[in-house]
Design a protein around this ligand. Structure first.
Ligand SMILES: Nc1ncnc2c1ncn2[C@@H]1O[C@H](COP(=O)(O)OP(=O)(O)O)[C@@H](O)[C@H]1O
Ligand SMILES: [Mg+2]
Length: 252
């Protein structure tokens, strides 16, 4: 008998009016695996994460965490099941410092640390791990793009998740900043955390993913080993088609 996957989606779908944003997606992710999810803008990557974390309700299909059916459950229920995520558009608590942003997850997350002194200690550890220690007393609004993305990461890690979903944490980062994010992901992998990485930075996907899933128009176009998938003509075309379209419409 094989172990129960940490995350399983069964025929997961979400419509917005007439648009099938996520369509019949069935995935099974065993404990400790890092799965890269790629696909052009609008492919349904963020929607997929939102469906798994309870930020959106599916139109049909199921979401199972450790075999438990949590389809349509509220986000905090899913958080308490050991799932954490980052947001593509960073969402810090604005009236608080960087340290307090992290401490919140430690105090109110699934591991519910009650003592403020313990929470501060743990927050310091997470801030060190994410290279934010020097910025601990700053307001989130003062952070650079790279540091704001790292804070998203830190807030998620504060929950000590078993399943971590990262939505474009490397977007807009420089080479060196990408390297430090990859280093962090590698560290989390060695701890056995199961990770879903949504990313446009192909180098990053290749560096950390055990498996890659390609979404296109909400559907799984293909999946497999990173190198095989990225040399797949269908995948290349999906991307090239997208880039050409962007160039024609003057997008970036
Ligand atoms: N809340 C929403 N209401 C209506 N349409 C949405 C909503 N969220 C996403 N979409 C649409 O669903 C599709 C998939 O979006 P998204 O999951 O954000 O794609 P990706 O993250 O792959 O770029 C897009 O066409 C997007 O415009
Ligand atoms: Mg997205």
């Amino acid at each position: 008998m094989t172990a129960t996957p940490v995350l399983r989606t069964e025929h997961l779908s979400r419509r917005f009016g007439g648009l099938n944003a996520v369509s019949d997606v069935s995935l099974s992710i065993p404990e400790g695996e890092t799965v890269g999810v790629i696909g052009p803008n609008g492919a349904g990557k963020s929607t997929l994460i939102n469906l798994v974390t309870g930020h959106l309700k599916p139109s049909s299909g199921r979401v199972l965490i450790d075999g438990r059916d949590l389809t349509g459950a509220r986000p905090w229920v899913i958080t308490h099941a050991g799932v954490a995520r980052t947001f593509q558009i960073v969402k810090p608590f604005r009236g608080m410092t960087v340290r307090e942003n992290v401490a919140i997850g430690i105090l109110y997350g699934p591991h519910g640390v009650r003592r403020m002194s313990h929470a501060r200690e743990q927050a310091t550890r997470v801030l060190e791990e994410t290279n934010l220690a020097d910025l601990a007393e700053r307001a989130p609004g003062e952070l650079s793009v790279a540091d704001a993305r790292r804070l998203e990461f830190a807030k998620a890690l504060a929950l000590r998740p078993r399943l971590l979903l990262l939505d474009e944490v490397m977007a807009g980062l420089r080479h060196r900043e990408i390297e430090s994010s990859l280093e962090l992901i590698r560290t989390l992998k060695t701890r056995g955390i199961t990770i879903v990485v949504v990313e446009h930075v192909m180098r990053a996907i290749l560096a950390v993913s055990d498996r890659v899933v390609v979404l296109h128009h909400g559907k799984v176009l293909t999946e497999g080993r990173p190198r095989d998938v990225l040399s797949d003509p269908q995948v290349v075309e999906a991307y090239l088609g997208h880039r050409y379209a962007q160039r024609r419409t003057g997008g970036s």
